[in-house]
Design a protein around this ligand. Structure first.
Ligand SMILES: CC(C)(COP(=O)(O)OP(=O)(O)OC[C@H]1O[C@@H](n2cnc3c(N)ncnc32)[C@H](O)[C@@H]1OP(=O)(O)O)[C@@H](O)C(=O)NCCC(=O)NCCS
Length: 432
């Protein structure tokens, strides 16, 4: 049983954290500069997670595995190119690559819990058709807070040592509901508003594709998306928001809603929709044809000269092409090489990095995950690009879930950094 396995792992891990706190708590791991305090805490080492680690040059590792290793090692549904999302969840939670039986347990459990209460449909329906899907998604999730097992147990007065168990129940209750919720938001906003019916035979990713009404290989696109977007260590806005909000012992529903609100900003998860908006502008300007290199360079410079960023390029930590971009590129080269928008993305991969280097501002001129993700969706008919961040959000919830269960298991306390005033910084500056 996954929960029992997790309990064993938690029991083994707790003494490590206790030992660090008790015997090495005063060891200095970093210094903070004025530039870091004003500049969004870039590079300050002050968060702990074992779920993933982001190396600036190598990219993300989930539980020690690079993304290509994750895709190679995790079992896949029969006839699929991409692994079970349920297997990725197992890996994030336990650190172990699951076998077929272990995946089956998660698949079965998720299927049991994916039905949405009627009031969630009512919440979604109550939004105007002009609302952004991320606002609807976040609210629909928040409305489920009344189901929280953690809240029930907390009000009974349980021990801190047991907080993770009811958090685990909330996680297992919410995660499988996210794809049906997203598919209904999509149906409401862009289709005939018919409630999509789940297919009892399908896994997390396969059932999402089914509910979206898109044929193969969109099931693999979905699995790939949810897996690559799952985690990017703890400092990014969505993961950090999740950690921060959960640290006040807010339940997993409120936490997930909050982290999605952070994801919905254009400098973070919304960048995937911004890329498509920008590409459509380019397409209009090129009157439908694929531009040549010189035309594309001019379009990129025009964007920069008008004071905008190039969406989908740059990163706060990464200093090379994002492996999440490369995984999607490999898929695109196999399945949609001739697609017109892929030709755009391919050309941008060539022209943007030298331009950003020449401009000399961005520390990382290379493409990130968002540069590629929208055009694959577009290819499979999901052309309402406002929806793309919802897909990112389903993936990110998996990583945030694993982090929060472990935060609670290891008794990480309320997060509360200290702020200073500008006077204090000036005083400090004048002394050195
Ligand atoms: C991701 C991002 C927010 C990281 O920000 P950051 O850590 O502050 O990045 P940097 O330290 O490299 O920024 C230094 C300068 O380069 C600029 N820069 C960074 N990426 C840029 C891009 N893609 N296009 C143009 N300028 C960029 C920044 O705006 C900043 O300019 P400023 O000094 O005038 O404020 C930034 O690269 C960006 O805005 N990218 C586009 C949006 C995007 O793709 N977001 C998704 C990230 S996964």
């Amino acid at each position: 049983m996954l929960k029992e396995k997790l309990r064993k792992k938690i029991d083994e891990h707790r003494p490590r954290t206790q030992e660090l706190l008790k015997n090495h708590g005063n060891k200095v791991i970093d210094e903070v500069t004025i530039a870091q305090a004003i500049g969004g805490m870039r590079g300050v080492k002050c968060l702990v997670t074992d779920i993933s680690y982001l190396d600036p040059n190598e990219g993300i590792r989930y539980r020690g595995y690079t993304l290509p290793e994750v895709f190679e090692k995790l079992p896949k549904p029969e006839g699929s190119e991409m692994p079970f999302v349920e297997g990725l969840f197992y890996l994030l939670l336990t650190g172990d690559i699951p076998g077929e039986d272990e995946i089956e347990e998660v698949v079965v459990e998720f299927k049991k819990r994916r039905v949405l209460p009627d009031y969630v449909y009512d919440v979604i329906d109550s939004f105007p058709s002009t609302a952004h899907p991320m606002a609807i998604f976040s609210s629909a999730i928040m409305s489920l807070s009344q189901e929280s097992e953690f809240n029930r147990q907390y009000h009974k007065g349980i021990s801190k040592m047991d907080y993770w168990e009811s958090t685990y129940e909330d996680v297992i209750n919410l995660l499988p509901k996210l794809p049906p919720m997203a598919a209904y938001i999509y149906a409401k906003l862009y289709k005939e508003c018919v409630k999509p019916e789940p297919n009892p035979d399908l896994d997390f990713g396969g059932n999402f594709a089914h509910m979206m009404g898109v044929d193969k290989p969109y099931d693999d696109v979905s699995r790939m998306y949810f897996i690559i977007h799952a985690d990017h260590e703890s400092g990014n806005v969505s993961a950090h928001t999740g950690h921060l909000v959960a640290s006040s012992l807010s339940d997993f529903y409120l936490t997930t809603s909050a982290m999605l609100n952070g994801l919905a900003g254009p400098l973070h998860g919304l960048a995937n929709q911004e890329v498509l908006r920008w590409l459509q502008d380019a397409r209009k300007q090129m009157e439908g044809k694929v531009p040549n290199e010189e035309e594309m360079k001019k379009f990129v410079w025009d964007t920069l000269d008008s004071g905008q960023v190039i969406p989908g390029f740059g990163h706060a930590v990464l200093r090379k092409t994002d492996p999440r971009y490369m995984i999607q590129r490999e898929f695109a080269l196999k399945h949609l090489k001739e697609d017109e928008l892929f030709q755009y993305v391919d050309l941008l991969y060539k022209v943007v990095p030298p331009i950003l280097k020449e401009q000399g501002k961005a520390k990382n001129p290379w493409p990130n995950v968002d540069s590629h993700s929208g055009i694959i969706q577009w290819h499979y008919g999901i052309t309402n690009y406002d929806f793309y961040t919802v897909l990112f959000g389903i993936g990110r919830a998996l990583g945030v879930a694993a982090n929060i269960i472990w935060d609670r298991a290891l008794l990480y306390p309320l997060e509360r950094p200290k702020s200073l005033t500008t006077d204090m910084l000036e005083d400090l500056a004048s002394k050195s």
